[in-house]
Design a protein around this ligand. Sequence first.
Ligand code: FAD
Length: 473
Amino acid sequence: MSEKFDVIVIGAGPGGYVAAIRAAQLGLKTACVEKWLNKDGKAVFGGTCLNVGCIPSKALLEASHKFAEARDDFEEFGIEAPDVKMDVKKMIARKDKIVNQLTGGIAMLFKANGVTAFEGTGKVLSGKKVEVTGHDGNNQTLEAENIIIASGSVPAEIPPTPLTEGLIVDSTGALEFEETPKRLGVIGGGVIGLELGSVWNRLGSEVTVFEAMDSFLATADQQIAKETKKLLSKQGLNIELSARVTGSDIKDKEVTVKYTDAKGEQEKTFDKLIVCVGRRPYTQSLLSDDAGVSLDERGFIYVDDHCRTSVPGVYAIGDVVRGPMLAHKASEEGIMVADIIAGHKAEVNYDVIPNVIYTFPEVAWVGKTEEELKADGVPVSTGVFPFSAIGRAMANGCTDGMVKIIAHAETDRILGMHILGQNAGEMIHNGVVAMEFGSSAEDLALMCFAHPTLSEAVHEAALSVDGHAIHMA
Ligand code: FAD
């Protein structure tokens, strides 16, 4: 007889592993099936986020930032470090160590919470059964009252630039360079392209980012986006907008990218090329023909607001379903679904999910942009406060950027917070908490913020929504 569980989760990324732990904590007999093998061929948990996404990219961003700071900024602080060098192999080894520590941690959390882990590929069969094919090729069938699909996403590819070992790579390959490429091309000026472009630019690559759209960071508030482009360009990122890549040629160890822009047909030659044109939902070998789980027209598993698929008792969460492809969104959906299965009421507030771009300075936002609100005809008041007027920013040596708060012009309710600045990714939680509690800009303005902190810019931006910032002439 096949083993029966209350919940079987397929995929152990930040959606799946969080869902499995929560379900087990709620007393449900839970299994999690994961097929990921790391570069040493070891079965590991953590999915894209821990293995080749959020965490390794941040390890490289931090290392490259420290290096660039020591090289470019220490002198201003009176620190002499005339001969700063980067050992790229050591940087990559440190990143691998952090990844191993975290993925190993998930295995321990599974044990501690009583989640049964299966290493192999899970396939949803009809009748809420899951077939697990182990890495040794052996099959077994499990049964469940509920199934949570959390199979994630994979990098999208484009025909003009097929991946070519060591030369044209996706985001995963860009986390593994053994030396700094002299000339680096990045296709895609989205979050991942800008982060990876920044890493290698700081280490000395001449970086060109090709973005097909004519606006930079089209989903961000455009006041913030324009300033971000200025700062990144000053750092040396050559950002080409309206640049549509049409082809590539490989010769010796170089790749020539062909593209069209306002000036017509162009080409540029690089030592490495990173393709970061987005990610697509991953459903390969996941569903049997009679599973009954529907996909939408873009290949995402179709779900409702509570992540229910077209089959009762089968849920799907994270990158494989609609919504932003973010780890914390996947985790929140995992918690919601586990709670629902355990009989609780649960929701995800999709209007209050923060976005962060971990460049330097960081870009972070929550809620709506001024452009979106104006397009919807919502009357708004905005308060903007620059870090150049914040004492702590001066002491830190980074006065770039600003905080922008957008409130409803009549009710004063905060509808969006947008930050460009050092630690914006931490500060944005001021906005997340405020918006989750339905705060007005005045509520924030009346709170006491510690001095001297960067978050004082949030306070001042809230004060300036009705024109009363203190430190602004
Ligand atoms: P995944 O993390 O993709 O996990 C899915 C898992 O399911 C995988 O382990 C896969 O092996 C497994 N799986 C798939 N099919 C099967 C099957 N049939 N059987 C068994 N197992 C299966 N997000 C952020 O929020 N912040 C960031 O800073 C950030 N940085 C990123 C940087 C990079 C370079 C990349 C590539 C992504 C980044 N992301 C970031 C996005 C983030 O990684 C994803 O949104 C997140 O991992 C999605 O989680 P998930 O659980 O839905 O899917």
